[in-house]
Design a binder for this molecule. Sequence first.
Ligand code: 2HA
Ligand code: ZN
Length: 270
Amino acid sequence: MKDILTAPFVEEMKRTTANMYRLGWDERNGGNISMLLDEAQVAEYLDLNKVIRTIPTGFKADMLIGKIFIVTGTGKYFKNVEFDPANNLGIIRIAADGTTAELLWGYSDGGRFTSELPAHLMSHMARLKVNPENRVILHCHPTYTLAMNYVHELDEKKFTHTLWETCTECMVVFPDGVGVLPWMLCGTNEIGEATAKKMEEFRLVVWGLHGLYGAGKDIDEAFGLVETVEKAAQLYMISAHLPRINTITDDQLREIAEGFGVKYREDFLN
Ligand code: 2HA
Ligand code: ZN
């Protein structure tokens, strides 16, 4: 059996959490990441018959029975993951009842997965239906995107349009747009269900006045989506109060979509 601390998926979680912390997107215990793992790959590092303990999830995830995820821990700080992965991360498998998580590794101080597990697992289910390759859901509090939530209408067409017209890359990176939820209480099944509903249409979902969710086939895709939204939001926030002399027009946005051959939300243009 190989040492789990050398597993590429543990390494990637360490690198990503540290990176997100230093970008200022994950203060204190803010943010959470879940990544669907390949069972055969996990079996190189862990005895899959050895369940350390079971933890109820509080909802049913039939579609994910037997699936294994690496998930950040509740109350844990992204800044600490790289120094103590076994305490700040956990590897869980959804048990045969669909409502229990079997802990295979991690949460070594007796902890448990992120309080946002409902939003993560429900989003995994929604994205897997759209794209069987989806493996990653990540959530964070990117500064400028969040600032934009306070000064821009929380309307997904208008929010997406503003981002698109702020940065040429946006139409290429998220032609499917950004879903927007109103402020809701986090950590609940309700916000999980609302997020998953949006994830049927979008790989990016704003939690109004809270933060952002990104989904992807790997961390690079999910992270890249969030990073591109955040870049556009930063440009917006440092320029929105100044007289606007130039903008990317709707015709140019169409030209970008056609030039890059991406299928985009035509109804989000004016
Ligand atoms: O896990 O970001 O949404 C901490 C949070 C809650
Ligand atoms: Zn949050």
